[in-house]
Design a protein around this ligand. Structure first.
Ligand SMILES: N[C@@H](CCC(=O)N[C@@H](CS)C(=O)NCC(=O)O)C(=O)O
Length: 208
């Protein structure tokens, strides 16, 4: 039995959330090390690439969220063994990363008018684009799952992303954007949310 620690910010979302969910679904014991934003500056220089999530397995460290998702997905039985299905799973996870990068680039903009303009450009550009294209990929695979005809880490990744977009925590991004642009991704989100283990996970953390 390996000793596993996942280090990520103390939020119910973001790049570390998929691994937390996958480990929980797989019934794999791990230390959920949650970093407060106020503690981050002190910790950052000691991380592998100055960023989290970081996974520690039996004293060895690895970073990069989708690599971590693949690793824990394999442990938890949530990653395809078939190479083609694995590629489809990776495609969806990396598309979410592509969609996330320009949003992250707007974090820290202090000028409200500039932030509004940049977020509006995201809504009209990459966010609508990736929502539309991911919905198309979901439909191409039957409409229920992104790969392997079953729940994989790709479904968890898209679920966490859609939840974030609808959460209202991204100023100037309308919370109904996914509903308007990609209703099948919202239906997918709702289905994943109803998975008994996902329900149990958020009940445990007191999240609605
Ligand atoms: N390519 C990395 C990106 C990791 C990353 O940028 N993480 C963010 C949180 S989601 C972070 O650590 N931000 C704090 C910082 O860069 O100082 C991955 O996929 O894990």
């Amino acid at each position: 039995m390996s000793s596993i620690t996942l280090t990520y910010f103390d939020i119910h979302g973001g790049r570390g959330e998929v691994a937390r969910l996958a480990l929980f679904i797989g019934g794999i014991e791990f230390e959920d090390r949650r970093v407060k934003f106020s503690d981050w500056a002190a910790l950052k220089p000691d991380t592998l690439f100055g960023a989290i999530p970081v996974l520690e397995v039996d004293g060895q460290l690895v970073s990069q969220c989708n690599g971590i998702n693949r690793f824990v997905g394999k442990l938890a039985g949530l990653y395809p063994t078939d190479p083609w299905q694995a590629a489809l799973c990776d495609e969806a996870m990396d598309a979410v990363e592509d969609a996330t990068a320009p949003v992250v680039a707007t974090f820290g903009i202090k000028d409200e008018a500039e932030l509004e303009a940049k977020r509006q450009a995201l809504v009209d550009g990459p966010l609508t684009f990736y929502l539309t294209r991911l919905q198309r990929r979901l439909e191409a695979h039957g409409g229920e799952y992104f790969a392997d005809g079953r729940l994989t880490v790709a479904d968890l990744k898209v679920f966490v992303w859609i939840r974030h977009l609808r959460s209202g925590t991204l100023d100037h991004v309308p919370t109904d954007l996914p509903d308007r642009v990609a209703p099948r991704l919202v239906a997918h989100h709702d289905r994943v949310r109803q998975h008994p283990k996902i329900g149990a996970y958020y009940a445990k953390h007191g999240v609605a």
